[in-house]
Design a protein around this ligand. Structure first.
Ligand code: F6P
Length: 521
């Protein structure tokens, strides 16, 4: 059965939300807190040590209830069930959407076309495990009999951004292997990466679900030529090249041995694929145990998403809040600010996840939508952003809802730095919602003995405040917690796409540019 096809603007809840928006659009967050001493507690959701405080949003209990009504009116619960149970919800590509099966630790079957796919998933995981152990331990040798020292992941989009982000985020847990990523068809990217590599001790992991992607195939051919130019033979490719793909014939045609292919399936979307063999570079860099913990974290979020009531459900609540701003306040973008340098690659990853999924303007009936869909996602790490774009969020003319992401403990245990980092995490959220009034600025200048500056500076130093944010806090950046966080954003994206009545799992919008590039070529 297909997903319910419902223009969200035609629901009762949407009409109520339009009225609620008129009533509360200028409501002050300060007064919401003053009138409800339990607000922070009431508007905080938890999963293990993951805490999501969404109290600093322009929301009332009534708005929240109506947002949940919207989710019910579009049969969200049913859509979630359908995704997890392998229904063909990616109708335009005639596919199931089962990244959740890749981290399914329940022991339950998952059927695609009547066949349980969990056997194939486990087999691939075992192959990833075995191969990672061989490479890390040095048992698997390169073509001249030396252990592997460097791994180069060649892929683009979902075949690059997920593994790249996770390896970078979890570098604290890394082993001795050096991991490199080549994505862009820019030859300088390739040669800059390989210039200091030794072909004898380098493993190339070619990742392409389709094995037709121009960038990846060009880069793979270039490194193969480089490899062969260094004295290796065609025969030697089997020791230093592996591939991840659904397209076995093309991989073999490229010269990679059948044994060296890690399969994936058409029911895994590229941008949802880091949990599959696309994560091979993760397992190589961190060891299989850590990769598996990442999957376990994601599984815990899956279980929460599937079973928690909507008013306790983290991805559902965050998706609805996002819709509230996007479709009623007409905000255009969302900013994500992790207070961890390890999460520098999170935003590019989320950009593909959210914008390739929900950047659509035709609904599930094929009609042009008459409402806004996908947000622009941007951001960078705190505290760096405070010396860059935060000015616009604090004093600019746009409302930009923020997700702050923080960790209570640092990995190296340095409390001096971490206290300063986290003081900024809390301070930014507070500054955004409280702002600073004219009276406060006046008093501040007076106290600083700068009465002479009051007339000149007063208005420029005022912060309007009332700017929304969510605070996402975890204990520590562990593989499991990262799994929870990524799966949370995946499900948030799914909920948004479902409510906007679009197909979130195709990406036809990337094709035209590719076609025209071929013509130019
Ligand atoms: O950019 C389009 C896209 O199809 C993405 O969805 C995908 O992640 C990427 O290209 C790479 O595709 P492939 O893994 O097939 O090379």
């Amino acid at each position: 059965m297909p997903l319910k096809n419902q223009n969200p603007t035609q629901t009762e809840a949407w009409k109520k939300l339009q009225n609620k928006y008129q009533e509360i659009k200028d409501i002050e967050l300060k007064s919401l807190f003053l009138n409800d001493s339990d607000r922070k507690e009431k508007y905080t959701l938890k999963l293990n040590d993951f805490t999501v405080d969404f109290s600093k949003n322009r929301l009332t209990d009534e708005v929240l209830v109506t947002l949940f009504e919207l989710a019910n009116e579009v049969d969200l619960k049913d859509a979630i069930e359908k995704m997890f149970s392998g229904d063909i919800i990616n109708e335009t590509e005639n596919r199931a959407v089962l990244h959740t099966a890749l981290r399914n630790k329940s022991g339950n079957k998952v059927l695609v076309g009547g066949k349980n796919i969990m056997g194939a998933v486990d087999q691939t995981l075992q192959k990833i495990k075995g191969f990672s152990e061989q490479i890390i331990s040095g048992k698997h040798k390169g073509y001249t009999g030396k252990a592997i020292t460097d791994v180069v992941n060649i892929g683009i989009g979902g075949s690059d951004l997920g593994p790249r982000m996770v390896v970078d985020a979890l570098q604290y847990y890394k082993n001795h292997l050096h991991t490199h990523f080549i994505s862009n068809v820019d030859g300088d990217h390739v040669f800059e990466t390989i210039k200091n590599l030794n072909p004898e001790t380098t493993l190339f992991v070619i990742v392409s679900k389709t094995f037709t992607t121009q960038e990846t195939l060009t880069n793979a051919e270039t490194v193969k030529k480089w490899f062969l130019s260094k004295g290796a033979t065609q025969e030697d490719i089997q020791y230093n090249f592996v591939a991840v793909s659904t397209n076995l014939a093309s991989v073999i045609n490229f010269g990679i041995a059948a044994d060296n292919i890690f399969t994936m399936w058409d029911w895994v979307g590229g941008r949802y694929s880091l949990w599959s063999a696309v994560g091979l570079s993760i397992s190589l860099a961190l060891g299989f145990e850590h990769f598996n913990e990442l999957l376990t974290g994601a599984y815990e979020m899956d279980t929460h998403f599937k079973t928690a009531d909507f008013d306790k459900n983290i991805p559902v609540t965050l998706a609805l809040i996002s819709i509230w701003y996007n479709n009623f306040f007409e905000t255009e973008s969302e900013v994500v600010i992790p207070f961890s340098q390890y999460l520098t690659q999170l935003v590019p990853y989320l950009q593909q996840l959210s914008m390739e999924s929900n950047g659509k303007s035709v609904d599930r009936d094929g009609n042009k939508v008459n409402y806004q869909t996908g947000n622009v996602i941007w951001g960078n790490t705190g505290t760096n952003v405070q010396h860059a774009f935060m000015q616009l969020i604090h004093q600019g003319t746009k409302i930009v809802p923020v997700d702050f992401i923080g960790f209570s403990e640092s990995l190296y245990g340095n409390t001096d730095h971490h206290n300063k980092l986290m003081a900024n995490f809390y301070a930014q959220a507070e500054a955004l919602y409280l702002g600073k009034t004219k009276e406060e600025v006046h008093l501040e200048l007076k106290t600083a003995n700068q009465q002479d500056k009051i007339q000149q500076l007063l208005l420029f130093k005022v912060f309007e405040g009332n700017k929304p944010s969510n605070s996402l806090l975890m204990n520590k950046l562990t593989p499991k917690n990262l799994g929870i966080l990524i799966a949370m954003y995946e499900h948030k994206t799914f909920v948004q796409g479902h409510i906007w009545n679009i197909y979130s799992f195709d990406q036809f919008g990337v094709e035209l540019g590719k076609e025209l590039a071929k013509k130019y070529l």
